[in-house]
Design a protein around this ligand. Structure first.
Ligand SMILES: Cc1cc2nc3c(=O)[nH]c(=O)nc-3n(C[C@H](O)[C@H](O)[C@H](O)COP(=O)(O)OP(=O)(O)OC[C@H]3O[C@@H](n4cnc5c(N)ncnc54)[C@H](O)[C@@H]3O)c2cc1C
Length: 394
């Protein structure tokens, strides 16, 4: 029996209405006490809030089988349909359950090792994610490798039965609270661009890894610089073949546009509702120009949802819809942040309390400035669409 066999979960109802009832009841019974105190908290710009409590919440979700909902059953998931996963996301937002803490592990790394990893890697890493007690971060970007990711300079070399890693990553979200990092490193000396890269699974708790927090404009510190100085990981913790890391790294990015996009949009719906409430509170709801802006945001949200559904129903290699989707939602969310500030007018510039505590709306506004950068900047998405879709010259 492997570690995965022991994680077989009870069946889900096949009827979507029954499934919705099950989810709603479970959330009603469990979002209580300390968890209820964090209702609607921990989202963009608010990531530091109640982190320890949210970690406990993740374990409660894991014990009840709500992590890995859409993973195949043989890997310890529940094999939920896309519709059920959307229902889960909708009910989760409706219950205002605390924001999750391991998006990178559950939604990005896990499907990648299911596709490219060895059975031993699946047995070693999937249970920790399913239980909610092993968090992951993403070691892709470097000071000179962001949009131009193929310029990765972090090095990895084999020393006996271990990889030795040297280099610097940057903007590593949640590295300071992660147990593991998936690192793209150059393992073939002298190799260029996409060649000679390797995708490694590296433990964070070791002398060779130093994490330096970066204080953000929101006041929080969600991301970090991560330094690897003779950091080590076991020789068998390479996903895919050594030198073939680009393929694995790109496959992982493909999962970013999966079901988690729809869950994110359910969150956007809630933020749009709050924006409408804000317009009411600030006496702007009858202003015809403001009404048009709110209606445009509402329409944009629906376009986004249909595009995401179209993108997910398309099979095969991710097409241009991935770039359309990123460009659209990043811009939409940034504009929503600006709309919130416009509604609040001059009072939007004043902190909530000393020593300069920001309101949730202010934090959201500041965080949304990054939406058009991470996951591929707007300019890069436009390049992809221009060159690969419209056939324009480079
Ligand atoms: C909130 C946040 C969280 C992040 N989390 C992570 C993480 O967990 N792990 C990780 O590895 N990375 C993470 N990143 C990094 C993110 O992937 C990079 O910021 C992004 O890829 C852009 O790279 P860069 O910051 O180096 O900017 P650069 O690539 O230096 O770009 C600077 C500017 O130049 C423009 N530009 C660059 N190339 C071109 C071109 N060819 N044509 C036209 N314009 C161009 C860009 O659009 C941008 O405006 C995060 C970033 C943010 C903001």
């Amino acid at each position: 029996m492997t570690a995965l066999d022991s994680l077989t979960r009870p069946d889900l109802p096949t009827d979507d209405r029954e499934f919705r009832e099950l989810v709603r009841d479970w959330l009603r019974t469990n979002v209580t006490g300390d968890f209820a105190a964090l209702r609607g908290r921990g989202g963009p710009g608010d990531e530091d809030i109640g982190f320890d409590v949210r970690v406990e919440w993740e374990k409660v979700l894991g014990a009840a089988g709500w992590i890995g909902l859409g993973w195949p059953r043989e890997f310890g998931g529940r094999g939920a349909t896309v519709d059920q996963q959307i229902i889960w996301a909708e009910e989760y937002v409706r219950a205002e359950a605390p924001a999750r803490t391991n998006h990178m592990g559950e939604n990005l790394l896990a499907p990648t090792i299911i596709e490219y990893g060895t059975p031993e890697q699946c047995a070693r890493f999937l249970p920790g994610i399913l239980r909610g007690d092993e968090r992951w971060c993403q070691g892709y970007s470097e000071p000179n490798a962001g949009s131009d990711l193929a310029n990765v300079q972090t090095k990895a070399r084999l020393d006996g039965n271990e990889w030795v890693i040297d280099g610097q990553k940057v903007w590593t979200s949640l590295a300071h609270v992660s147990h593991w990092c998936f690192v793209v490193a150059r393992s073939e000396p002298g190799s260029q661009r996409h060649q000679g890269l390797t995708f490694l699974l590296v433990p964070m708790d070791q002398p060779g890894v130093e994490v330096r927090p970066i204080r953000q404009v929101t006041g929080g510190g969600e991301f970090n610089e991560t330094f690897f100085t003779e950091a080590r990981t076991s020789a068998d913790l390479v996903v895919g073949r050594p030198g073939d890391g680009w393929k694995v790294a790109m496959a992982l990015l493909g999962y970013e546009r999966g079901i988690s996009t729809l869950a994110q949009q359910v969150g956007f719906e809630r933020e749009l509702e709050s924006t409408v409430d804000l317009a009411r509170r600030f006496g702007r709801i009858d202003d015809p120009i403001m009404r048009q802006k709110l209606a445009a945001a509402h329409t944009g949200l629906h376009l986004m949802k249909w595009n995401a559904l179209r993108s997910m129903s398309a099979k095969g290699v991710p097409g241009p819809e991935a770039s359309i989707s990123k460009l659209f939602w990043g811009t939409w969310h940034r504009d929503l942040g600006e709309l919130m500030m416009e509604i609040m007018g001059p009072s939007g510039l004043i902190g909530e309390s000393l020593p300069y505590e920001l309101t949730l709306e202010q934090k959201l506004f500041l965080f949304t400035r990054s939406d058009t950068i991470y996951g591929g900047s707007n300019e890069v998405q436009r390049n992809v669409l221009g060159e690969r879709v419209l056939g324009l010259p480079k």
